[in-house]
Design a protein around this ligand. Structure first.
Ligand SMILES: NC(=O)C1=CN([C@@H]2O[C@H](COP(=O)(O)OP(=O)(O)OC[C@H]3O[C@@H](n4cnc5c(N)ncnc54)[C@H](OP(=O)(O)O)[C@@H]3O)[C@@H](O)[C@H]2O)C=CC1
Ligand SMILES: CC(=O)C(=O)O
Ligand SMILES: [Mg+2]
Length: 414
């Protein structure tokens, strides 16, 4: 067994199996404590909440609690391995919520027969939480699930693989294009993958100025074009009126490659075909569409990003989901809307251009980091992410009318 594989398994097995636990926040030592915490004292907040549901934010953990919910149908780029196998990833997301944004989070893996059954299960438990982060649910079911839950629930429902990924991709892409001296409105974009992450990334890039006609999206059957039959509706929106059919056809002269598909699908010979100064986001996890070493050895004019922590330029939704939920929870937002997403994009972009604090250099084992080819986007452990993104998102929620509080709380702990 490789060293790293064993280390990863040990990390998950010790000192206790798993990565998260539940802690008490009030004393429970004496008879008096128990009388307050449980019977008879607990009846008082019960009555208050029965009178007014908003009191759940005052007397329970709801307001700082996010459920990470999956059915395991698209676990990273590993595929449909079922709900239980997704648990390490979902515990990981819960760990990241706590570590980076102080949000208590619990993972829930749902076994279901139909999409409707999944939706009913989540809708029926939604009131327990301040927000729901849907994770690793494959397309096309993820679209119906998110839309239906948003209709049925009064808390933010956010499919991280769609919107978290799109927000970080947009922030990184706008910065990378700026460094490469290219305008988003002029670039030709190849998107490998046509699922949850791909559709949301391309839709947000279009909102940021990219032209739909200049986007070529591919799935396992090659380029998605207008003459392909039986395209599902989410792919139809990206059907390009083109004679190009293969990855090579569309990569010839392309400025941007976004990979949200699977491992090793971008051969070096194809990378060579791109226009000068290209941007390559190979974001499939854990194994990217092309390994950075290979890409950098193939040409030296590219900006390269992956979804991984162990290379420069980590384009990964970890830079978004803890902080966008922090902002949403802080103002009791009922939804996460486009205004909040754009606020997150801008906040992430801005931090990338500022001086990097010493603690971030130490945590990322870097001697120096400054805006440029190898630093297009902040490091996840940058403490500015929480305060800056959360405040921008909270304010956007207030301004766009989805916050239940009228202003940002004054006692924020970050
Ligand atoms: N860095 C990050 O932050 C994130 C990265 N990702 C990565 O993106 C990938 C997709 O995730 P997600 O969108 O949630 O999953 P989905 O199951 O919703 O979509 C997967 C898509 O990838 C396509 N695909 C898979 N393998 C290949 C291949 N060999 N060649 C061409 N297309 C392929 C599928 O094609 P078809 O439609 O034909 O089946 C499908 O369109 C994963 O690797 C995941 O790790 C996802 C979210 C965040
Ligand atoms: C990062 C992530 O959410 C994924 O790869 O699915
Ligand atoms: Mg995911």
């Amino acid at each position: 067994m490789s060293d790293f594989r064993q280390q990863a398994l040990d990390y998950h097995a010790f000192p206790k199996p798993g990565k998260i636990s539940v802690e008490m926040t009030t004393p429970a030592e004496s008879v008096k404590d128990l009388a307050l915490a449980y019977s008879p004292g607990v009846a008082e907040p019960v009555r208050e909440i029965a009178d007014d549901a908003n009191n759940a934010y005052k007397y329970t953990a709801k307001g700082n609690l996010v459920a990470v919910i999956s059915n395991g149908t698209a676990i990273l780029g590993l595929g449909n391995l079922g709900p239980l196998a997704s648990k390490p990833v979902m515990e990981g997301k819960a760990l990241l919520f706590k570590r980076f944004a102080g949000i208590d989070s619990i993972d829930i893996e749902v076994t279901h027969r139909t999409t409707e059954e999944f939706i009913n299960t989540v809708a029926n438990i939604a009131d327990t939480f301040g927000g729901i982060n849907l994770e690793d649910i494959k397309a096309p079911e993820c679209f119906e699930i998110e839309q239906e839950l948003q209709k049925r629930c009064s808390i933010p429902i956010f499919h991280d693989d769609q919107h978290g990924t799109a927000i970080v991709t947009a922030a990184g892409m706008l910065n990378a294009l700026e460094i490469q001296g290219k305008e988003i409105s002029n670039v030709t974009i190849v998107c490998m993958g046509a699922g949850a992450a791909a559709i949301a990334c391309m839709e947000l890039l279009i909102k940021c100025g990219a032209q739909r006609e200049k986007i070529y999206m591919l799935d396992r059957n090659g380029v998605i074009h207008t003459r392909r039959e039986n395209l599902p509706v989410h792919k139809l929106a990206f059907a390009n009126n083109t004679d190009k059919r293969t990855l090579e056809d569309v990569m010839d002269g392309a400025d941007v490659f976004v990979g949200v598909s699977g491992p090793d699908v971008l051969p070096p010979e194809t990378l060579k075909m791109m226009a000068p100064n290209p941007v390559v986001f190979a974001c499939s996890n854990p194994d990217p569409e092309i390994r950075p070493e290979l890409a950098m050895a193939t040409r030296d004019d590219l900006i390269m990003a992956t979804g991984r922590s162990d290379y420069p330029n980590q384009v990964n939704n970890v830079l978004c989901f803890p902080f966008i939920f922090r902002g949403a929870l802080d103002v009791r937002a009922t939804a996460i809307n486009d205004a909040m997403k754009v606020a997150a994009v801008e906040a992430i972009r801005a931090i990338s251009k500022e001086e990097v604090p010493e603690e971030v250099l130490i945590a990322s084992q870097s001697k120096a980091l400054s805006f440029g080819r190898d630093y297009i986007i902040p490091k996840p452990m940058d403490p500015r992410l929480c305060s800056r993104i959360a405040k921008a998102v909270g304010q956007a929620a207030i301004d766009s009318g989805v916050a239940q509080l009228e202003s940002l709380p004054t006692n924020l702990q970050y």
